[in-house]
Design a protein around this ligand. Structure first.
Ligand SMILES: Nc1ncnc2c1ncn2[C@@H]1O[C@H](COP(=O)(O)OP(=O)(O)OP(=O)(O)O)[C@@H](O)[C@H]1O
Length: 245
C-alpha cells in the first residue's frame, strides 16, 4: 500500500496543439514520488521537465493518464476542488520568487492561508520565517531583501500550509553558489524533518545531488533514474547520457 501522501503518475501524456503542429511534451510517464522523498528532474531544454512538474502539481491537466495524490485522482476534481487541493496540500517555489512586492515578507508568507480563507494560527507565519532563518525580516518588503532571502521567503510561503508536496522549478537558477546551497539545505531539511515530498527541476548537477533520486528526461520520457548516493559528478555524467538505468 502506498503511504497516504505518495504522488503517483500513471501513463501521463501531455500533447500541446493539434494535428500537424502538435508537440508531445510528456510521453506516457509512469513514476511515483514517495512521501518524504526528494527528487530532482533534469534533462535538456524542451525535454518536458516543467510540464511534468505542472501536471504532477495539478497546475496543468495531462492529455491522458492519471495523477494521484494518495487516493485522490486529480483528474476527477473540478477546477474549484483542484484549486483547493493545490492551496491545502501543495507548495510551489519558482526561479523568479513570485513574491508580491507591495507586501511584507510576513504578509507574503501568510498569503496562501488568507487565500484559503484561513486566519493564520498565532506563530504559524513567524515559525515558517524562523524555519528559513528569516525570523527578524518579517517586516521587510521583497525589494529590501537579497535574492537568496527572497527565495527563502518564497520557501516559507510554500511551507506555511504544511503541504504534502513542494514543487520547485529551478529554485536556485538565479542565485550564486553559496546562496543556492542555503536554499538546497533548507529543501533537504523539509524532507528530512517533516517527511514532506520535494520535486525540483534543475539544470545544475550540484543542486540535483542534494536529492535522493534524479530523473533524467529526454523528449518527454524518463530515460534514466539515479538513486542515492548521488554526487555532482555522477549526476553530471548521467544527465549527459553517460550512464544507463
Ligand atoms: N503552452 C505550450 N504550448 C505549446 N508547446 C509547449 C507549451 N509548453 C511547452 N511546450 C513544449 O513542450 C515541450 C516541453 O516543454 P517544457 O517547458 O516542459 O520543457 P523543459 O524541459 O522544462 O524546458 P526548459 O529546460 O527549457 O525549461 C517543448 O517542446 C515546449 O516547446
Amino acid at each position: 500500500m502506498p503511504t497516504p501522501d505518495t504522488l503517483r503518475l500513471r501513463s501521463v501524456s501531455k500533447v500541446y496543439g493539434s494535428a500537424a503542429r502538435s508537440v508531445t511534451a510528456l510521453n506516457q510517464i509512469t513514476t511515483e514520488f514517495r512521501a518524504g522523498s526528494f527528487t530532482a528532474v533534469m534533462g535538456p531544454s524542451g525535454s518536458g521537465k516543467s510540464t511534468l512538474l505542472h501536471c504532477a502539481a495539478g497546475l496543468d491537466r495531462p492529455t491522458s493518464g492519471e495523477v494521484l495524490l494518495g487516493d485522490t485522482d486529480l483528474g476527477e476534481l473540478d477546477e474549484t476542488r483542484l484549486t483547493e487541493l493545490r492551496r491545502e496540500r501543495i507548495g510551489f517555489v519558482f526561479q523568479s520568487y513570485n513574491l508580491v512586492s507591495a507586501l511584507t515578507a510576513a504578509q507574503n508568507v501568510a498569503l496562501p492561508l488568507r487565500l484559503a480563507g484561513r486566519r493564520p494560527q498565532p506563530g504559524a507565519v513567524d515559525g515558517a520565517l524562523a524555519e528559513v532563518g528569516l525570523a527578524a525580516r518579517g517586516a521587510h518588503r521583497p525589494s529590501e531583501l537579497s535574492g537568496g532571502e527572497q527565495q527563502r521567503v518564497a520557501l516559507a510561503r510554500a511551507l506555511v500550509t504544511r503541504p504534502a508536496a513542494v514543487f520547485a522549478d529551478e529554485p536556485t537558477g538565479a542565485l550564486d553558489s553559496k546562496t543556492s546551497r542555503d536554499v538546497l539545505t533548507l529543501l533537504r531539511a523539509v524532507v528530512d524533518r517533516h517527511r514532506q515530498t520535494v520535486v525540483m527541476v534543475t539544470h545544475d548537477p550540484v543542486a540535483a545531488a542534494y536529492a535522493d533520486r534524479v530523473l533524467v528526461m529526454v523528449d518527454g520520457r524518463i530515460t534514466q533514474e539515479l538513486t542515492a548516493p548521488l554526487t555532482a559528478e555522477s549526476v553530471a555524467l548521467a544527465s549527459r547520457g553517460g550512464l544507463s538505468c
